[in-house]
Ligand binder design. Structure first.
Ligand SMILES: C[S@@+](CC[C@H](N)C(=O)[O-])C[C@H]1O[C@@H](n2cnc3c(N)ncnc32)[C@H](O)[C@@H]1O
Length: 242
C-alpha cells in the first residue's frame, strides 16, 4: 500500500511513539485472547514489519506466513527474518486480490480491515481470510475503534480526527505523534458494521475480546491506561469458520 511504502523508512520512530500502548495494552490483550499457538498454522494479513508473525513463531506456531500490500513493509519483515531466522515466509499481496496461501488454523489481521473503503471491499477482505482458514479456524482482528477516547489516546501518541460525515467507509486521518507526525488515512467502521460484515461473509461466533492492560509502575500511566481501556484505539474481534 502506497502510504505504508512511504512510512516504512520511518517505522522505528513511529513504533517508538506508540510502544508504551502496544506493549502494555495491545500485545497483552491479543496474547490473552490468542491462547496457546503451539503446532498451529498461522497467517498474518497486513503483517507490516512482521511483529505479530514473529510473536506467534516464537511461541511455537508450526507454520507462519505473513502478507502485506506494501513491498517496503515486507522488506522490513524479511530483514528481521534474515537477522533472526524463525522460518516465517512473507509475500506481497493486496487482501482484495490475494490468492489462497494455505490452510490455516488462525488468521491474524492487526489494524488492517479499517483500510476497506466500502462494505463490498470489507466483505471481500473477510472472504479472502475465510478462504485461507481451515474448518474450525479462527480470525483474530484488531480494528480501529471509532468511539475511541480521543483525549486519553492523545496521551499515548494517537491524534485522532473524526470524519466530518461519519458513514460506513468514510475516510479520516489518524496521526501518530512522532517527529515529524506521521498520518495515515483510514476508514470509518463502527464495531457493529465490522461484526455484521464478518457474519455476512460467513463467519460465526463473531464477538469482541476483552481488552486488558499490564500493571505499570507509574500512577499517571496506570490512570491513563485505565481510562483508555474503556474506549481503546483498537478493538479485538474474534470469529470462526465452521
Ligand atoms: C497499521 S499497519 C499494521 C501492521 C502490523 N499488522 C502491525 O500490527 O504492526 C497496517 C498494515 O496493513 C497493510 N495494508 C493496508 N491495506 C492492505 C491491503 N488491502 N492488503 C494488504 N495489506 C494492507 C499496510 O501496508 C500496513 O503494513
Amino acid at each position: 500500500m502506497a502510504q505504508y511504502d512511504a512510512l516504512a523508512a520511518r517505522l522505528a520512530g513511529i513504533e517508538k511513539t506508540i510502544h508504551f500502548y502496544r506493549e502494555n495494552m495491545e500485545f497483552p490483550s491479543f496474547l490473552r485472547a490468542l491462547g496457546p499457538v503451539g503446532g498451529k498454522r498461522v497467517l498474518d494479513v497486513g503483517c507490516g514489519d512482521g511483529v505479530y508473525a514473529r510473536m506467534v513463531a516464537q511461541r511455537g506456531a508450526e507454520r507462519v506466513v505473513g502478507m502485506d500490500s506494501s513491498g517496503e513493509m515486507i522488506r522490513l519483515a524479511e530483514a528481521a527474518e534474515a537477522e533472526q531466522p524463525l522460518g516465517i515466509q512473507y509475500h506481497v499481496h493486496d487482501m482484495a486480490t490475494m490468492p489462497k496461501l494455505g490452510s490455516f488454523d488462525l488468521v491474524m489481521a492487526v489494524n488492517v480491515l479499517h483500510y476497506a473503503d466500502s462494505r463490498a471491499t470489507l466483505e471481500g477482505m473477510y472472504r479472502k481470510i475465510s478462504s485461507n482458514l481451515a474448518p474450525g479456524g479462527r480470525l483474530l482482528a484488531y480494528v480501529g475503534n471509532v468511539d475511541c477516547d480521543a483525549e486519553a489516546a492523545r496521551g499515548f501518541g494517537f491524534l485522532l480526527d473524526r470524519p466530518a460525515d461519519p458513514r460506513e467507509g468514510a475516510p479520516f486521518t489518524v496521526t501518530i505523534a512522532a517527529t515529524p507526525p506521521a498520518s495515515v488515512q483510514v476508514h470509518y467502521w463502527p464495531a457493529a458494521s465490522l461484526a455484521q460484515a464478518a457474519e455476512s461473509a460467513g463467519f460465526s461466533r463473531v464477538g469482541w475480546e476483552e481488552m486488558i492492560h499490564s500493571p505499570v509502575s507509574s500512577d499517571s500511566a496506570a490512570a491513563g491506561l485505565s481510562r483508555l481501556l474503556k474506549n481503546p484505539p483498537s478493538l479485538l474481534l474474534s470469529a470462526y469458520q465452521e
